[in-house]
Design a protein around this ligand. Sequence first.
Ligand code: FAD
Length: 424
Amino acid sequence: MSGAGGAGGAGGAGVRRVLVAGGGIAGPVTAMALRAAGLEPVVYEAYPAGADRVGAFLTVFANGMDALRAIGADGPVVAASFPTDRVEFFTGTGRRLGGKRIGGDGAHGPEDGAPRTLRRADLYRALRDEAARRGVRIEYGRRLTAVRTPPGGVVAVFEDGTEAEGDLLVGADGVHSVTRTLIAPTARRPRRLGTATVCGHTRAAPVTAPPGTFRMLYGGRAFAAYLTAPDGETWWFVNLPLPRSGRDGDGPAARSPARWREAAIASVAGDRTPAADLVRATAEEDVVAFTAHDLGPPPLPRWSAGPLVVVGDAAHAASPNAGHGASMAMEDGVQLARCLRDLPDVPRALAAYERLRRERVTRLVETSAAMSRRATPGPVGRVLRDLALPLLLRHGPRNASAWLTDHHIDWDAPVDAPAPSGAA
Ligand SMILES: Cc1cc2nc3c(=O)[nH]c(=O)nc-3n(C[C@H](O)[C@H](O)[C@H](O)COP(=O)(O)OP(=O)(O)OC[C@H]3O[C@@H](n4cnc5c(N)ncnc54)[C@H](O)[C@@H]3O)c2cc1C
């Protein structure tokens, strides 16, 4: 990375102080990128510091690491994670369908291009700590509830009655984004996908996975996976169908960890895989659940309005199946900062940002939704999958997801202004 100015100047778009609502993944990455572009971001996170639920883990793919590298922020994530460069697939009867390498081709060593896996809470902490180290102010317990837009700026209003003034407000406030509803009040709300992901970790696992290997288990009723961290702890998730009540009464807040644990065991107990024993070996307090939502179709009609813009899940939440939401959130933050750095005003910068991002993330949302549908097919679909997958693994394209993972951001390359609307 070069051209990383310190904070204090105004970007090309004439923006200096940027309010970033949300201190998850998109928020700190956007703030670091904005600061590298010479702007003054402040992050407002709804929850108190250290409130992240610890049970879940996630994987950052090569494209997410590339985005972090563009602003020199990959080091802390590498330090907090380990490479996971193989995936193996099993049927609910325990039959191994095959395996493949994921990530790069390993040309520069075994870890080259390998996805990095870490606890969600560790990723949040690594990004926030790095942002703070670079001088970004992060304020906790500040939940955005509304905005006012006086001429030439924006005022964020928080739940506690306090306010903050800036030139631009970036909504990095996740799938249930307040910023999004302010930008597009009539846009469709996040779609409930009818599944929950129950995650846990245990040091008493009856089986462990080989180093750096995800084991995917296509059970009869639920899809599950596990891997073993270098310190010997085994991390797992079970993706189980929810009753079709149509309401969120089955959401994480409505069930205790004990009930989620029971539901996870019940959904994999009929399989001849290690899934049920892994869940049984996990203490209730090490279990956490998420209900899955996505945004689309139709996708959000616009990502910005005046001095408001969204990044990450707030703009384009995908189902968790493709495991790419964090990586995309990182790409968003870096690209938004480039646009604000290089273009002469806010409307052109935000239009360029959306142009750079929309097609790619829409494809991810669609791909991930299709993966979600395929994860637990009916009996005929299961037979077809179990026949086709080994062939695909042996003879299919070596890296069918290259469009996702091989994406590269050139931080130093100037961003071109979008053509004026109505131009051919
Ligand atoms: C079970 C599960 C597994 C997943 N696994 C993976 C994976 O392996 N790899 C991957 O890339 N992605 C994965 N994802 C998706 C990934 O977690 C998201 O895409 C990613 O967290 C998006 O980052 P974000 O910063 O946009 O949102 P978030 O990480 O949700 O962060 C939003 C932040 O905003 C805060 N906030 C919310 N409202 C407000 C408000 N009004 N004011 C201020 N702050 C607010 C929240 O407290 C939170 O800290 C998974 C998702 C789930 C549910």
